[in-house]
Design a protein around this ligand. Structure first.
Ligand code: AP5
Ligand code: MG
Ligand code: ZN
Length: 221
């Protein structure tokens, strides 16, 4: 099953993708996470990506597409994947179609998680991410068992450098301008599922699963 998860900043793409990937035993591929790992490792690509990320701008398509192509070519993606935060321009969506054609794969569904902008901005300050494995928490809505420690790997939790009010406003503006037009590209081409992301994490998850069930006619999971 190959599923794209899109939505504005803090909509819950990563939270839901992480859970779905576990449930379906498929890779969770987040371009944001890939860039953050590269920044942490201090690679040339990471240094370049950081310049864009800290301003809330998109990393250029030619960098992103190459990374995703390489990742999707790995054997663990043979049965599919949950793509989180990619594509996010029409150009990237076209490039992804081309990559999938080469790999003989196809998109089963495009999930768009959305919620009111003010509510999403309110989530921002409480987000914490594991420095080691990238797992996402929220101090109120999804707290770790021990404060500032990851449940999965005991890594230290930190606040993303692009989680400031100014940067997130820019990320919202870019989402509207560059990512929303992707809807027109996908509508009619693949099943597009709109999910209300303002509900609680478990409710959002149930809504996603139920829609995927309808679309993919999945029987057991
Ligand atoms: P990326 O990391 O993808 O950031 P984003 O799109 O802004 O989305 P977020 O990760 O902020 O939010 P999310 O939807 O994953 O929410 P989460 O689950 O964490 O990209 C970062 C940057 O990398 C971009 O700005 C760009 O520079 C670059 N980049 C990445 N991909 C690119 C691409 N394809 N092309 C070019 N550049 C690219 O949840 C948020 C918080 O809310 C968490 O604390 C969570 O616990 C909590 N929460 C989640 N769901 C709920 C809920 N239902 N109720 C209450 N709280 C909730
Ligand atoms: Mg994310
Ligand atoms: Zn961790």
């Amino acid at each position: 099953m190959f599923v794209i998860i899109m939505g504005p900043p803090c909509a819950g793409k990563g939270t839901q993708a992480e859970r779905l990937a576990k449930e379906f035993a498929l890779p969770h591929i987040s371009t944001g996470d890939i860039f953050r790992s590269a920044v942490k490792e201090g690679t040339e690509m990471g240094k370049k990506a950081k310049e864009y990320m800290d301003k809330g701008h998109l990393v250029p398509d030619e960098i992103v597409v190459g990374i995703v192509k390489e990742r999707l070519s790995r054997p663990d993606c043979k049965e599919g994947a949950f793509l989180d935060g990619f594509p996010r321009t029409v150009n990237q969506a076209e490039a992804l179609d081309e990559v999938l054609r080469e790999l003989d794969m196809k998109i089963d569904a495009v999930i768009c998680i959305d919620a009111d902008e003010d509510a999403l901005i309110a989530r921002l300050t409480g987000r914490r991410v594991c420095r080691n494995c990238g797992a996402t928490y929220h101090i109120r809505f999804n707290p770790p068992q021990v404060r500032n420690i990851c449940d999965h790997c005991s890594g230290e939790l930190y606040q993303r450098s692009d989680d400031s009010i100014d940067t997130v406003k820019e990320r919202f503006a870019i989402y509207k301008k560059q990512t929303l037009p992707m809807f027109d590209y996908y509508r009619g081409k693949y099943p597009v599922i709109n999910i209300n992301g303002s509900k609680q994490i478990d409710e959002v998850y149930d809504a996603v699963i139920s829609s995927l069930k309808d679309i993919c006619k999945l029987k057991e999971f």
